[in-house]
Design a protein around this ligand. Structure first.
Ligand code: F6R
Length: 598
């Protein structure tokens, strides 16, 4: 996730872009940059100035005062391809320096495109996926010129060919020296336009725009627009025909706009999960990493908290479907143990900075094990220790409680299972998006009404739903401060049963998988001790509905998709309960987002 912003008008663009980027820093903040054009020039003339740096826009100081002109674009980055650095910061330019591009999203076919462009003589400066866009535009503009096209026709030709060529997700803002306007393109990444008095704005969300105008135009996927001093020209791809979009008057304040209208970041992050899962699962894993994983005689995962639970989910699936032994260790305990040479060790860490996880990975490396990192933060400390790094594509997570980063970890770990398991789950998980969208329609009110008055809540499941129960309980306890405990359903009768009363709700995850019959018996045993049961199960399961006090049906889908849906349902119940209790959801007491001390 990155933030992009653009301006066309009569004012100097740079200060407006800088203030806009400050509003978007929650989308990423490892580097920033802007390009400003003097819009008075005609084709072939004018000046285009680019300023970009590693660091936060708030530290930009006088660097940006060099950029003068009334058309501008800017970017605040959350690195996905190429470490945070001056050269990898956006905007990216073509060989001539006449085209500047800022991008939010991922170009999935960038590696092939880059190879071809280099073979055709283009010179690349950065490691990013975005830079191919600038060079492609250069190539298509040259092709247009050879056909005798000029002015707007040349731009049309280049944009149409660009959209034909790019695969993946992108919101783009493009400046071309001498083109008296800016180009905005949207496909599967957010982009909105703002319409002021004699000025136009573009941005990843409306936060930078609201201080200038409340009139917002929401672009749809495959829309592209030319923002010119005399107005917006809006087209649909591939028809290249003019399209009409409603302009809405939005009266949100900037803070609620940052949260996309959601009350807390946690809620927003929960709702981002369909796209986060798909982006994280669909990525290509480096051949070298795949070959090491394929040769592994055993795998050990080291992690803390939610990341540890993601490791446990991986264990169940890897052992069942790939028959590779997997150990999962709490990172802070790992130094007590030995690891056989030849074992591949994977650190799972959202932040890439958790001190215990780093220490565990160093320990494994010192023992001669090949070490991997699954992390959300490019260039984080763990990436410097690991031999191989697999990135989750969650974007920055603001809320302390992990939601979308956890789902992204599950996606990357499932990708490994799928690769080692010769394509198992690939089809189901490539097509999971609508299932997760449907999951988000769940209304947690009834379940939360029961949970909010409890002092203790049990979460139970079998197989892969055991770690999911641990994660559900962790979410509940950390943001509501209600004691919640995750248990393997079969373990309850070995002790915790003595705690069950009509005042201890049990959240049971019981889909129609191999463990279903025995889970049903376990649920009946809990009911017999008087505990109210909130059961999450497969859609249409009349038997479970009959037994449970509250039955939450999952969208009808394949077993593997239910694993992800059930996790989201548990997050939604915890979130809603915390809101009912008036908790500070995004910043629960005593907790920090990144635990950098042992
Ligand atoms: C729980 C949560 C924590 C983290 C843990 C590890 O919601 O966020 O349990 O999962 O602190 O952090 P990372 O993944 O950054 O190593």
């Amino acid at each position: 996730m990155c933030g992009i912003v653009g301006y066309v008008g009569e004012r100097n663009a740079a200060p407006i872009i800088v203030e806009g980027l400050k509003c978007l820093e929650y989308r990423g903040y490892d580097s920033f940059g802007l390009a400003v054009a003097d819009g008075t020039a005609t084709d072939g003339g004018g000046k285009l100035t680019v300023v970009k740096k590693q660091g936060r826009i708030s530290d930009a100081g006088s660097d940006v005062s060099l950029a003068c002109g009334n058309i501008g674009i800017g970017h605040t980055r959350w690195a996905t391809h190429g470490v945070p650095s001056d050269v990898n910061a956006h905007p990216h330019t073509d060989c001539t320096g006449d085209i500047a591009v800022v991008h939010n999203g991922i170009i999935e076919n960038y590696a092939e495109l880059k190879k071809t462009l280099i073979a055709e003589g283009h010179v690349f400066k950065s490691e990013t996926d975005t830079e191919v866009i600038a060079h492609l535009l250069e190539k298509f503009r040259n092709a247009a010129a050879e056909k005798g096209l000029s002015g707007i026709e040349k731009v049309d030709f280049a944009v149409k060919n660009l959209m034909d060529t790019l695969e993946g997700s992108f919101a783009l803002l493009i400046l071309i020296r001498g083109f008296n306007g800016l180009i905005a393109i949207k496909r599967f990444s957010p982009l909105v336009l703002g319409i002021g008095d004699d000025e136009l704005f573009a941005s990843s969300d409306m936060t930078p725009i609201l201080e200038h105008t409340q009139k917002i135009l929401f672009l749809e996927d495959n829309d592209y627009a030319y923002l010119m001093p005399d107005g917006i020209r809006l087209f649909g791809y591939p028809s290249a025909k003019t399209v009409e979009r409603d302009v809405k008057t939005v009266d949100w304040d900037v803070e609620s706009a940052k949260k996309g209208g959601y009350e807390y970041f946690m809620e927003k992050e929960i709702f981002e999960q369909p796209a986060v899962f798909v982006n994280s699962f669909r990525q290509k894993i480096d051949d070298g990493a795949v070959s090491v994983l394929k040769k592994a005689s055993s795998i050990t995962v080291v992690a803390c908290g939610s990341s540890y639970h993601a490791g446990l989910i991986f264990r169940y699936l890897m052992e069942k479907y790939c028959k590779i032994p997997v150990r999962v260790e709490i990172a802070s305990e790992f130094l007590n143990f030995t690891t056989a040479k030849g074992t591949v060790v994977i650190a799972v860490t959202q932040s890439g900075e958790t001190a215990d996880t780093l220490a565990a990975l160093r320990h494994a490396k010192a023992n001669g094990c090949p070490v991997f990192a699954v992390t959300n933060v490019l260039g984080s400390s763990v990436t410097r220790i690991a031999d191989y790094v697999l990135y989750t594509r969650a974007g920055p997570e603001i809320s302390v409680a992990a939601t979308k980063s956890f789902i992204a970890q599950c996606a990357v770990l499932l990708r490994i299972v799928s690769i080692i398991g010769k394509g198992i789950f690939e089809k189901e998980l490539f097509e999971i998006y609508p299932v997760l969208e449907e999951t988000l329609l769940f209304d947690p009110a009834d379940a939360s009404a029961v949970c909010k008055d409890a002092e203790n809540i049990f979460y139970v499941g079998r197989g892969v739903y055991y770690p999911i129960s641990l994660e559900g309980a962790l979410k509940m306890k950390e943001i509501t401060y209600i004691h919640a405990e995750g248990c393997a359903a079969g373990e309850l009768k070995h002790g915790p049963f003595s705690l069950l009363t009509p005042k201890t709700p049990v959240v049971a995850v019981c889909t129609k998988d191999d463990a279903y019959p025995v889970m049903i018996s376990n649920i009946k045993e809990m009911k017999a001790r008087g505990a109210p049961v909130i059961a999450i199960g497969s859609g249409g399961d009349a038997d479970l509905k009959e037994i449970a006090d509250i039955f939450i049906p999952l969208p009808r889908s394949k077993n593997i998709c239910e694993v992800i849906s059930a996790t989201i349902i548990l997050q939604m119940i915890a979130y809603n309960t915390a809101v009912l209790l008036g908790r500070d959801v995004d910043k629960p007491r005593n907790l920090a987002k990144s635990v950098t001390v042992i």
